[in-house]
Design a protein around this ligand. Structure first.
Ligand code: 13P
Length: 253
């Protein structure tokens, strides 16, 4: 059985005290939702200490939204994977489309970030996804394949076993326009096939999340699909009832 995950990517939202309060609200009602689903919150760097403190004693894990490609040194403004791990982070989002689009991240610059994550026991939530023009040109399968090959194929089998993949079609992020469940399933199955060809049956255990305007209302349809193992949630992760409502979207046993 693959681990089911609902992860919140808070992006650059909330002030530190608001983030701590949001974490507290999520923790307060965590027991009212499916305990088999792993919950992860990824606040901004400035909130990590407070959020980690607020979530102590709960099963909710904390991730960062980025990490440096270097281990330490004269890299003004960067935050290392070692720093994040020392605080108590367990995950790090890498390759989010906003970082690829606005901060010039590429497969090349992501490879050393992945290495830093592994060296510090952080599990990467590695994001892939096509933009609207690529989707309209029918190139989505090819684009995602390339993004996976250029980074994930360079990992050792042991590293690969720690990775969570997030498929986030750029045209669905923050647009209110979600991929249909069939579109998501098509790509998720495609990703799993590519991973299986490279790494073998262990790819059946890889958690593949969907991200892009996922909400309590559309989560059940998405999560009912065979290869959709949960969600990476933006906007709806900023309200505890919505975030937890998404967890309720998994099929009941
Ligand atoms: P939205 O849920 O706001 O569309 O964002 C998705 C996302 O980018 C999560 O990383």
């Amino acid at each position: 059985m693959r681990t089911k995950i609902v992860a919140g990517n808070w992006k650059m939202n909330t002030l530190p005290a608001e983030g701590v309060e949001l974490a507290r609200q999520i923790a307060a009602d965590r027991n009212s939702v499916n305990p088999d689903v792993k919950l992860i919150v990824c606040p901004p760097f400035t909130h990590l200490c407070g959020v980690i403190e607020a979530l102590k004693g709960t099963d909710i894990e904390v991730g960062a939204q980025n990490c440096a490609a270097e281990a330490a040194g004269a890299y003004t403004g960067e935050v290392s994977a070692a720093m994040l791990a020392a605080l108590g982070c367990r995950y790090v989002i890498l390759g989010h489309s906003e970082r690829r689009q606005y901060y010039g991240e590429t497969s090349e610059s992501l490879r050393p970030k992945m290495a830093q994550a592994f060296a510090n026991n952080l599990r990467p939530i590695f994001c892939v996804g096509e933009n609207l023009a690529e989707r309209e040109a029918g190139k989505h399968l090819e684009v995602v394949k390339r993004q996976i090959e250029e980074v994930i194929f360079t990992l050792t089998p042991e590293e690969f076993s720690k990775v969570v993949i997030a498929y986030e079609p750029v045209w669905a992020i923050g647009t209110g326009k979600t991929a249909t469940a069939d579109q998501a399933q098509e790509i998720h199955a495609h990703i799993r096939t590519i991973l299986r060809e490279k790494f073998g049956e262990v790819a059946n255990e890889t958690t593949i999340l969907y991200g892009g305007s996922c909400k309590p209302a559309n989560a059940p349809e998405l999560f009912a699909k065979e290869d959709v193992d949960g969600g990476l949630i933006g906007g709806a992760a900023l309200k505890a009832p919505d975030f937890l409502g998404i967890v309720e979207g998994f099929p009941k046993k």
